[in-house]
Design a protein around this ligand. Sequence first.
Ligand SMILES: [Fe+2]
Ligand SMILES: [Fe+2]
Length: 377
Amino acid sequence: MRQSENFTYEVGGRTYILDAKQAKDAFDAKRVINGRQGPEFNVMPLKYKWAYDLYREMEANHWLPQEVPMFDDIQQWKDPRVLNDREKNIIRIGIGYFCAAEGIVGDCAQTIIRENLSAPELKLAVGRHVHEENIHTESLLYMISSLGINPHEVTALFLSLPSVMKKNQVVTAHLPKLRRDLDLSKTENKQLFAKTVFGITQIMEGTQFYGLFLPILHLMRNGKMPGIGQMFRYTLRDESNHIELGRRLFLALTEENPDILTPAFKNELIEFMRAGVEAEVAFVDDLLPQPVAGLSPDEIKRFVHYNANRRLIALGWEPIADSKGEVILDNPFPWSSEIIYLKKNENFFETTVTEYGKVSNLQEVKNEDELFEGIQI
Ligand SMILES: [Fe+2]
Ligand SMILES: [Fe+2]
């Protein structure tokens, strides 16, 4: 059989020699869902270059919990002059909530999102997402063992708060049963899939997580529990990539499948976000029944709304109002932007994290027209 022309394809600092016809066929058959799936080499050329870009960035951000020192945290945890009961409660609930939440996100990302995707570069990126949820779980285990916390007590505390149960239930009740065999030729199932991507990455990771991240970062900023704060900061950096991965997936999915985003379904998703925010606001009252120094429950609630609106606006949608009719578009905690939203700031808290590599500049990836231009296929 006569081969078509070979061409060199460069991406991420590497060069690949590809058969033009097979590369074009693979490229053309790629879809977010319902695309070609098979055992053949099909990652290159990239159709969803943003996914590979994110994969490489996530890989470069790799961190190991046990590299974060916990000595100060262990001392402070035992000293009521440093950490009062309200502050300890924030840490306990934080550990309890995230132990459960990392599991929910990891399971959904693996068994609903990854298993139903077809383009290999998307599977690669979501596989890394799932792995990072494991790292987060490992960091929580490290915190529990370092502080001598009894995990059953943390779970009991966690389960005793109806607001916590509610906030998980709001998300999970909307998701399809954990399934890898959704019939994605049907619009209603495509919508369930889209809802899972939106619910997990934009509501749970993108909005609800922030109600707890913020008080923990506030403690760290005041010199309290620096090791735990640092681990949550790395977790947040990972979450930023998970949120962006989910956003790009959602946009690509709905662009390729125009039947998904009907006005009614879009409205359903916005109501879903509203329910997620409401549940988080109720949770803040349990988390912080009284203010701790420099932090009031009302400000955290505003922060939750602010994050919800960031997610909606990033999808090109309108922001939503809070219960008083106010649309919150400004961060009530400007200091947090520096910690949360600036990704490349490794030495901010002067701890060392292994550098696993630099992200290559993937901007040189060409679009389809440029990629196959002038090549004999
Ligand atoms: Fe996580
Ligand atoms: Fe995550």
